[in-house]
Design a protein around this ligand. Structure first.
Ligand code: AMP
Ligand code: MG
Length: 182
């Protein structure tokens, strides 16, 4: 769980979705990037990033998606497209230099790859990916897979902010990392 890079770049994405199969997995798109930069030596949060993104394949969010994520149609209508946000996001994290891209499970990494392919732009991260869901199970010596809220629960921590909002999920994941690395 300890890493050699200077920072855990913890990312949590929200994406278009439905509960009636109207948005298949391969047509989901990122609608929010939430990210925090956690210093791997001091375990202090040094910076945060948040942006909404306007999706192009399913520009109208389902009621289900809006209620799951608390992201509104107005939020995404007013947001830039993925390539512009990705450039802005990269200019936020590049100056930190030595980072390891981390997320809860592999969904976020795969969704980044999918949106980069859709927009025909390069994958932004170098240096691999750490699946914190797997790392957490190993750290607590469990064969179980924990959701983020289950992991907080296991640690006796309360979920802070709004679950399924990218920036709040990223902050909560950082609290899990702080607890298991310390
Ligand atoms: P999360 O980081 O857990 O908030 O989930 C990231 C994304 O996965 C969400 O924005 C949705 O696109 C999708 N997702 C999460 N939970 C569900 C669910 N119960 N049903 C459908 N899609 C979901
Ligand atoms: Mg989330």
């Amino acid at each position: 769980m300890k890493i050699t890079q200077d920072y855990y770049l913890i990312v949590d994405l929200e994406a278009t979705c439905a509960n009636d199969h109207s948005v298949p997995r391969h047509r989901m798109e990122i609608i929010e990037i939430g990210a925090v930069m956690l210093n791997s030596k001091t375990l202090q949060l040094e910076s945060e990033y948040q942006s909404f993104i306007k999706p192009i394949l399913h520009p109208l969010l389902t009621e289900f998606c809006q209620s799951l994520t608390s992201i509104s149609q107005q939020d995404v209508d007013a947001a830039p497209l993925f390539p512009d946000v990705l450039q802005d996001f990269q200019s936020w994290f590049y100056p930190f230099g030595s980072y390891l891209f981390c997320s809860w499970g592999d969904f976020d990494k795969n969704q980044f790859k999918q949106d980069c392919r859709l927009h025909n732009i390069g994958y932004p991260f170098s240096g691999g990916h750490l699946n914190l869901k797997k790392a957490f199970s190993a750290a607590v010596n469990s064969k179980r897979k924990f959701g983020m809220s289950g992991a907080l629960n296991k640690l006796g921590l309360q979920l802070e902010g709004t679950h399924h909002r990218g920036i709040d999920d990223a902050r909560n994941i950082a609290r899990i990392v702080q607890a298991i690395v310390a």
